[in-house]
Write a protein that binds this ligand. Structure first.
Ligand code: ADP
Length: 625
């Protein structure tokens, strides 16, 4: 007999289970039954491609046995079983890292269903048992093994005699305590209740010995008890059931059981499609984002079943990237069971299903936006960024699908608004959809560049995420209205003002020329501003690349050194300009100094870095003394 230690992470997880304060300990049974069902699926799937195997439906089942005297509960399955290595690898380690990091992040929320979320399902047995014994004989080997663990100390493994292929898990239940009774997991009625609740749709029979009352032969009104083996679950998968037979709780239950997420789903979509391709699907829009959602690790995809047999855990082809947050499953009787990964991309049926699903999700989200605004805002908080990426990616191929789903913060409403809402409120003379970019709403609010647009009474959309401006560049316009940055050269406002600033620029031409000379390389031009009211200076940009885009692009790893063409705008009505003017007339050094200070101020306001902060502070000191 070999004695081994658990891998460190598993050990911590196990300790967590053993000391679990989790209130729904009963879910351990759901976890073990689900593993058993997966193990039978594996044989079934093998038999489809392996001629030497035949799958006799009647030979495959899961059995639950309780023994009140010994206080043991046993879960037996006729699935693929595990080899010695598999017992060690599957039950001694946690496949997916990050599970514990996740747990500590959510430490405070005690009722979290982390169990199984990360493939920790089997360990949940330790919530109710002191000793867990797994005896397994694999399909591909003659040798059976016994694995046993009393908890975090480690486990033993040794050869064992077993005829039947499959796995048998025995739980030695914990002693009852003042607050907790473990005896309930021996009670046949309670067990049936738990199975019905969580595992009713499991495709294989879950058998149990149950006590039934029978009329005594020959005697009226007299009954006798006897025990018979019964199938406890209905075996109809939930997605095959009629929508009106099901309650929201049923869908939530399934979401949980499948570990699609640790939250409650925000919405579910149940599809029975009878068109060109027949399929059923249950899709979920989650409420919160998985901890790894915006990372490389996150894998999108739906479970794919062919005729109710699971053939793929995460079929990425079924979901477009912009809806990668959707969870759920698809089952089609028109799909070939041994479809390979390579074939998937070209599979006509699958493409039709994917298109359909895309449309359904879009419509569901539009409905949510229309009818349950608050819920939509919650959703958007988590996944809005992904939708905006969706507008931008593939050169805008999906922008028509997504443009009505994206929202931006509005200067007027002080909350996220849709483009449709913005455009519907536009006064007739307003030409453009205005936006301003910055790190936060507060900072944008104070940007000098917003002054003139705000003064006109126009609504401004605040862009705080990197993707925002890129997305609308791809979108180009909404309802035929173009987007315009408040920092752009042409704001399309009030032509009087325009003429005035042009004469002003002419009037002060020499001064501006001199400044331009001093700031050569740094700015493309210096002009009188038509957008400033209370501030002396700001930066704007000419051309396609805005200052905000320059910031985003220069932060990227493959920095291509793309620069915005910057314009330094001066408010000639501001008192500061008078000082500038008199310095220009009489004191060359002072004019130099003022030019540099004003330019650096404009950079700071824009959230850009001052190239030489020491020089800048020295310059300010010179003015102060
Ligand atoms: P998950 O089921 O999420 O992968 P578990 O900790 O529940 O995580 O199980 C780990 C692995 O152990 C499973 O993926 C499976 O390979 C194996 N396993 C568990 N129970 C059984 C079983 N009854 N029969 C065969 N293999 C099993």
């Amino acid at each position: 007999m070999e004695k081994k230690q658990f891998q460190a992470e598993s050990k911590r997880l196990l300790e967590l289970m053993i000391n679990s304060i989790y209130s729904q300990k009963e879910v351990f049974l759901r976890e073990l039954i689900s593993n058993a069902s997966d193990a039978i699926d594996k044989i079934y799937y093998r038999a489809l491609t392996d001629e030497s195997l035949t799958f006799e439906k009647d030979n495959y089942y899961i059995k639950i046995e309780s023994n009140k005297e010994k206080r043991t509960l046993r879960i037996i399955d006729t699935g693929v079983g595990m080899t010695k290595e598999e017992l060690e690898n599957n039950l001694g380690t946690i496949a997916k890292s990050g599970s514990l990091a996740f747990k500590s992040e959510h430490e405070l929320e005690e009722d979290y269903d982390i169990i199984g979320q990360f493939g920790v399902g089997f360990y949940s047995a330790f919530m109710v048992a002191d000793v867990v014994t797994v005896i397994s004989k694999p399909l591909d080997s003659e040798e059976a093994y016994k694995w046993e663990s009393k908890g975090a100390d480690g486990y033993t493994i040794e050869p064992f005699e077993r005829e039947q292929i499959g796995t048998e898990i025995t739980l030695q239940l914990k002693e009852n305590t003042d607050d907790e009774s473990y005896d309930e997991y021996l009670d046949e009625y309670r067990l049936q209740e738990i199975i019905k609740k969580y595992s009713d749709f499991i495709r294989y029979p879950i058998k149990m010995d149950v006590t039934v009352q029978q009329p005594k032969e020959g005697e009226d009104n007299e009954f006798e008890e006897h025990v018979e083996e019964q199938i406890v679950n209905s075996m109809v998968p939930i997605w095959r059931k009629n929508r009106n037979e099901l309650k929201t709780e049923d869908y939530e239950q399934f979401y949980n059981e499948k570990h699609y997420g640790f939250d409650k789903p925000l919405k579910h979509i149940h599809i029975h499609a009878d068109g060109m391709v027949r399929y059923q699907a249950i899709l979920y829009i989650p409420e919160t984002k998985p901890f790894d959602y915006y990372t490389q690790e996150y894998e999108k995809g739906l479970e794919l079943y062919a005729n109710s047999v699971l053939i793929m855990n995460k079929c990425a082809e079924l979901l477009p990237d912009h809806f990668s947050f959707v969870k759920g499953m698809v089952d089609s009787e028109d799909l070939s069971l041994n479809i390979s990964r390579e074939m998937l991309q070209h599979d006509r049926q699958l493409n039709i299903i994917a298109k359909n699903i895309n449309r359904r999700i879009k419509n569901e989200l539009l409905q949510l936006l229309k009818n349950e605004r608050e819920q939509y805002e919650k959703f958007y908080e988590a996944f809005g960024r992904q939708l905006k990426y969706g507008v931008y990616s593939e050169f805008g191929a999906n922008k028509d699908d997504l443009q009505d789903l994206i929202m931006f913060y509005s200067s007027k409403e002080k909350k996220q608004v849709t483009l449709e809402e913005y455009v519907s409120r536009m006064p007739e003379e307003q030409k453009y959809i205005y936006y301003a970019t910055g790190d936060s709403y507060d900072r944008i609010e104070k940007l000098p560049q917003t002054e003139v647009v705000a003064e006109e009474g126009y609504e401004i959309l605040y862009f705080t995420e990197d993707i925002d401006e890129f997305a609308i560049k791809v979108l180009m316009n909404y309802d035929e209205k173009e987007f315009r940055s408040v920092s752009s050269g042409d704001l399309g406002i009030d032509s009087d003002e325009e003429e005035k600033t042009e004469t002003e620029s002419k009037e002060h031409e020499q001064l501006f020329e001199k400044m331009k000379e001093l700031l050569a390389e740094k700015v493309k031009d210096v002009r009188a501003s038509k957008r400033l009211r209370s501030h002396p200076v700001c930066l704007s940009s000419d051309g396609e690349v805005t200052i905000e885009m320059e910031k985003v692009l220069s932060a990227m790893p493959d920095n291509q050194n793309v620069k915005a063409e910057k314009i330094l705008e001066i408010n000639v009505e501001h008192d500061v300009f008078q000082s500038l003017q008199s310095a220009f007339d009489s004191d060359k050094d002072k004019f130099n100094l003022y030019t540099n200070i004003l330019y650096n101020q404009a950079l700071l306001i824009e959230g850009l870095q001052v190239q030489d902060p020491v020089e800048f502070t020295n310059d300010i000191c010179k003015v102060l003394v």
